[in-house]
Write a protein that binds this ligand. Structure first.
Ligand SMILES: [Zn+2]
Length: 283
């Protein structure tokens, strides 16, 4: 059967480029944005995704005052990352508001204060995981409640299978993370997974794109909510390991996460037309 033709999620023009090795398999019918070989273009796209990501968190009620942060690895200086100024309202973040932070924690572009906890956590994660372009952490209500249980997310639903054998738990809460030692412990607990539960705190997700990291955060929060609801209501049936692993192979890949994020991005652009993507890109 011929695969359905789909339009790339990201750039309009893809002429002259070969599909990347991370592109979705054809049979999956999942459009995949290809990273631009023009690093300045790629930088602007990641900044736009980062701004959209903040607005997604606000739209889903996942902001909590000044808590939480998203980072995007810079396309030009990969040891640096972009993030919003400390104290920004997530629902109004724009690309031009973002800070570029060096690996030493210096703000090298943009104006505004840097959240030191964001730096302590995210710099360690970006350093430990060169494959990661985006990292998301916020204080969602259900993520917080779930994290107090010091337990794993079970494959109770199809969506939760995205995290089956694909998340870690950092089970020691010792206060607000201000030092890189704890950041490194969090990165170690994350390992090669897409998410880590931070005890008595919340959760953190990563992705090979900023978009997929945001999607994993949102859907993990909702899967945590579903697990809390299910156990409050009765004795839920856990999906068997073989089926959970097979489902993870379908709903858990990075290109699937990026595709799912594109729907959230479309929602933000639909509701907030000033957030249209940079010239030359589709949502
Ligand atoms: Zn936090």
């Amino acid at each position: 059967m011929q695969p359905r033709m789909v339009q790339p999620v990201g750039e309009v023009s893809t002429s002259g480029r070969e599909p990347s090795s991370t592109e979705a398999p054809e049979e999956a019918n999942i459009p995949s944005r290809r990273a631009s070989p023009d690093l300045q273009v790629e930088r602007e796209f990641r900044k736009w995704q980062l701004s959209i990501g903040y607005r997604v968190l606000a739209r889903f009620g996942l902001d909590e005052g000044i808590a939480g942060h998203i980072t995007a690895r810079d396309a030009i200086e990969p040891t640096s990352f972009w993030t919003a100024p400390f104290g920004a309202y997530f629902g109004a973040v724009r690309s031009e508001d973002l800070l570029l932070v060096s690996e030493d924690g210096d703000v090298v572009e943009g104006d505004g204060p840097l959240n030191r906890a964001a730096f302590a956590i995210h710099s360690s994660v970006h350093r430990a995981r060169p494959d990661v372009a985006g990292a998301v952490h916020a204080h969602g209500l259900y993520g917080k409640a779930f994290s107090s249980l010091h337990t794993e997310l079970l494959p109770l639903t199809q969506d939760a299978c995205a995290f089956y054998l694909d998340h870690g738990i950092h089970n020691e809460y010792s206060g607000v993370v201000f030092d890189s030692n704890e950041g490194e412990q969090i990165a170690a607990a994350l390992g090669n997974a897409k998410a880590v539960i931070l005890a008595n705190h919340g959760h953190l997700t990563v992705g090979s794109s900023v978009g997929s990291a945001v999607w994993w955060f949102v859907t993990m929060e909702r899967s945590m909510q579903a697990q809390l609801l299910a156990f409050a209501a009765g004795e839920p049936n856990v999906i068997d390991s073989e089926t959970a692993a097979g489902t993870h192979a379908v709903v858990g890949p990075e290109d699937v996460g990026a595709f799912a994020f594109s729907a959230l991005a479309k929602r933000i652009v639909f509701e907030q037309p000033d957030m249209s993507p940079p010239a030359g890109f589709l949502v």
